[in-house]
Design a protein around this ligand. Structure first.
Ligand code: ARG
Length: 598
C-alpha cells in the first residue's frame, strides 16, 4: 500500500489535472493536530498564477475531490489550506494489511522495495591508517552505515567502501621507522602487533624531525614504495593490516560491515587519469587539463576565487607526484566503470565540501559520469566537546574512538544499574545480562545521539545527554521497546502468534493517534531515504514512542492487558506488536539493536 501522503497527493493531483491546474499538490503533515493530520498548501501558489482568491481555488479542488473512503470532509482554513483528517476506519484497514513478522530480521512492515534498484557506492568511515581512529571518524561510520542500511532495505545493491588512507609520504616515514624498531617484521609480517598506533606515529615523527639521516631514509622508502619494492611493500602491508585490525575491532563492536579498499588500490589507475585528462577534450573541444606553474590542473566552470581567478584542481604536482584529487578521480573511474555504480555517496565531513564539488565537476567535464549517474557528497558537521570547543583530551591530544566507546559503555552500566525510585530496571537480570545490556545501550547511545542531529550541524558530545532516559535518546527508545515487549509477556501472548487477521478497532483518541503514527512510518522512512537524513527517522521514532506512552498511560490512554471485549483486547495487543516492530525496524535501520529486556 502506498503511504498516506502519496495517496493524498495522487487524489488531489487528479483533481488539479481535471481542473487544468498544473503543479505539486504540496501535501504536508499538519503542523497542528488540532486542524487535521495532513494539509495541502497548493491553493496559494495556484491562486497567484491564476489571479484568483486562494480560498476559491481551494474550494474548487475540495468540491471535486473524491476522498471520503480516506478522510473526513476536508476543511479549508486560513488563507487557503486544505486540511485532511484521516478516518479511523481507513487507518484500521491499513494496519490490518500488515502481516505478522516473517523470519526475524526480515520484517518489512508491508513496505515495498524500490521499483528500480540501483548499484550504489557509499564511501564511509575511511580513516587514515597512519593513526588511530578518532571521534571524527565516528560520524562518517555511523551515518554511512545508516545510509547503507536504508538503501539496502529498499533493495539497492550497496558497496560499503572503506576508502582508507593507506598511501602517501607519511607511510615512507612509518615503514622506515618500523624497520628500525621491529626488524623481525620483514620475515614475520603477520605477527606484527602495535599496541598504540598513535604513539607509534608520534615516535616516528619525532625521529623524522630530529634526524636528518632518517629523513633521507624515509624519502627513499617512499620511492621504494612507489616503485613497488618487494620488501618495502611487505612492511608497508604489515603496518596497514595491523592498523586495519584496530579499525575492525571498532567496526565489529559497532556492528558496521565494510569493504576495505584503500587509496593504494587505485595507484595503477592514476596514470590513466592523467592520460585521459591530457589527451581528452571537453564538450567544446578544449583540452581537459593544462599546465600551470609546473602542475597539471583542471579548470572548471563555476570554480573561481573571490578575486575572480580560476581555481585549479591540481591532478599532478609540479614535482610529478599525484595527490588526493588524482586518487579520488581514479577511484571514481573504478566505481563507475568497474562497479557500474549509478549513484555514489561520499559520507565525509563538511570541510571537504569543495574538494568533492571539484572532483565531481572534473568527472563530469571529462565525460566519465553521464547524466544518469548521481554523485553526492553527504557532508556533516563536527563533533565538539561539552563546552563547544574542538573535541580533545585534557592534554590537548585527539580522543581515541575506542576510549570513547569504553566510556560510553561504563556510563551506560551506571545508568542501567542505578537504584533509585525512578529505577526502571528489570530486577531479574544476571550480571552477564547486565554486561550485554551496558554494551548495547552504551554504543546505541553514541550512535543515536549522532544520528538524531541534523547532518549539517556541529554537535556537542555530551554523555549525560545521550544517556538521558527521558530524552530523544537510545536509552529512552530501547526502554520503550522493552516495555512494549514486556506488555506482551504480561498479557501472556506471543506477539508473533497473534492471528494474521486480528481485528483493528480504533476508538479512543490515544488509540487513533498511535494508529496514525504507525501508519505514517512508510512515509517517514521514504523521506529519510529520499533526503538521506537519519534524523527524520529518529524524530519519527520519538513521536511513535510518545504516542505509545500516551496510549498505554493509565489516565490518558486505554486498558490493554485487561481490555474487553476480546476483539478490543486483541486489537490493542496488535497495536503493541506493530509499535514494537516499527521501533525494532526503525532502530535497526539506524544500526541499533533492540533488547528484549532492560
Ligand atoms: N581519509 C580521508 C580523511 O580522513 C577521508 C576519505 C574520504 N573518502 C574519499 N574518497 N576521499 O580525511
Amino acid at each position: 500500500m502506498i503511504p498516506i501522503q502519496d495517496e493524498l497527493s495522487l487524489r488531489v493531483g487528479k483533481v488539479m489535472e481535471a481542473l487544468g491546474l498544473e503543479g505539486d499538490p504540496l501535501i504536508r503533515v499538519a503542523q497542528d493536530e488540532q486542524f487535521g493530520d495532513y494539509q495541502s498548501n497548493c491553493a496559494m501558489g495556484l491562486a497567484k498564477k491564476l489571479g484568483r482568491k486562494p480560498r476559491d481555488v481551494a474550494a474548487s479542488i475540495v468540491d471535486k475531490l473524491q476522498i471520503d473512503d480516506l478522510c473526513e470532509p476536508p476543511q479549508i482554513a486560513g488563507p487557503g489550506f486544505i486540511n485532511f483528517r484521516i478516518k479511523p476506519g481507513h487507518l484500521a484497514e491499513r494496519l490490518k494489511t500488515i502481516r505478522p513478522a516473517p523470519v526475524p530480521g526480515r520484517d518489512r512492515l508491508g513496505i515495498d522495495p524500490a521499483d528500480h534498484p540501483e548499484v550504489v557506492v557509499v564511501d564511509l568511515s575511511s580513516p587514515n591508517l597512519a593513526k588511530e581512529m578518532h571521534v571524527g571518524h565516528l560520524r562518517s561510520t555511523v551515518i554511512g552505515d545508516c545510509v547503507c542500511r536504508i538503501l539496502e532495505f529498499f533493495g539497492h545493491t550497496v558497496y560499503r567502501e572503506n576508502h582508507v588512507g593507506d598511501w602517501g609520504t607519511q607511510f615512507g616515514m612509518l615503514v622506515a621507522h618500523l624497520r628500525h624498531v621491529r626488524p623481525e617484521v620483514v620475515n614475520e609480517p603477520d605477527k606484527l602487533e602495535i599496541q598504540d598506533l598513535e604513539s607509534f606515529y608520534v615516535e616516528a615523527k619525532e625521529r623524522f624531525d630530529r634526524d636528518e639521516e632518517f629523513r633521507k631514509e624515509s624519502r627513499q622508502t617512499v620511492v621504494a614504495l612507489q616503485s613497488g619494492d618487494e620488501t618495502t611493500m611487505r612492511i608497508w602491508k604489515a603496518f596497514c593490516d595491523e592498523s586495519l585490525r584496530h579499525c575492525h575491532k571498532i567496526y565489529d563492536r559497532l556492528g558496521v560491515r565494510l569493504l576495505d579498499r584503500g587509496e593504494s588500490c587505485y595507484n595503477d589507475l592514476m596514470n590513466e587519469v592523467i592520460r585521459r585528462l591530457e589527451q581528452g577534450a571537453d564538450a567544446d573541444g578544449n583540452p581537459l587539463a593544462r599546465e600551470s606553474e609546473g602542475a597539471l590542473c583542471v579548470f572548471m566552470d563555476g570554480f573561481k576565487t573571490r578575486e575572480g581567478e580560476w581555481l585549479p584542481l591540481i591532478v599532478r604536482k609540479s614535482d610529478g607526484g599525484f595527490n588526493y584529487a588524482t586518487s579520488d578521480l581514479a577511484t571514481l573511474i573504478h566505481r563507475i566503470e568497474e562497479l557500474e555504480a549509478t549513484r555514489i555517496i561520499y559520507v565525509v565531513g563538511l570541510p571537504q565540501k569543495q574538494h568533492f564539488e571539484m572532483i565531481f565537476a572534473a568527472t563530469r567535464k571529462a565525460g566519465w559520469a553521464g547524466d544518469h549517474i548521481r554523485l553526492e557528497h553527504l557532508g556533516f558537521g563536527s563533533v565538539l566537546d561539552a563546552a563547544g570547543r574542538p573535541f580533545k583530551t585534557r592534554e590537548g591530544g585527539t580522543v581515541k574512538l575506542k576510549d570513547l566507546l569504553d566510556e560510553a559503555v561504563a556510563r551506560a552500566r551506571e545508568v542501567v544499574t542505578q537504584e533509585d525510585e525512578h529505577s526502571k530496571r528489570d530486577q531479574s537480570l544476571s550480571p552477564k545480562q547486565i554486561d550485554e545490556i551496558a554494551e548495547t545501550v552504551g554504543l546505541a547511545s553514541i550512535k543515536y545521539y549522532d544520528l538524531s542531529h541534523n547532518l549539517n550541524s556541529d554537535y556537542r558530545f555530551d554523555f549525560k545527554q545521550m544517556l538521558d532516559m527521558e530524552g530523544n535518546t537510545a536509552p529512552y527508545m530501547l526502554y520503550a521497546y522493552a516495555r512494549v515487549k514486556a506488555i506482551g509477556r504480561k498479557a501472556g501472548v506471543v506477539f508473533e502468534e497473534l492471528p494474521a487477521d486480528a481485528p483493528v478497532v480504533i476508538e479512543h483518541p490515544s488509540e487513533l493517534r498511535l494508529a496514525l503514527t504507525l501508519a505514517r512510518f512508510p512515509e517517514a522512512l521514504a523521506v529519510a531515504a529520499r533526503e538521506l537524513r537519519p534524523n527524520v527517522l529518529t524524530d519519527y521514532l520519538l513521536e511513535l514512542s510518545k504516542a505509545f506512552s500516551r496510549f498505554y498511560d493509565r489516565k490518558l490512554g486505554v486498558r490493554v492487558i485487561d481490555a474487553s471485549p476480546d476483539e478490543v483486547r486483541l486489537s490493542r495487543l496488535k497495536l503493541c506488536d506493530l509499535t514494537a516492530r516499527t521501533l525494532k525496524l526503525g532502530l535497526g535501520l539506524l544500526g541499533i539493536e533492540t533488547l528484549e529486556q532492560m
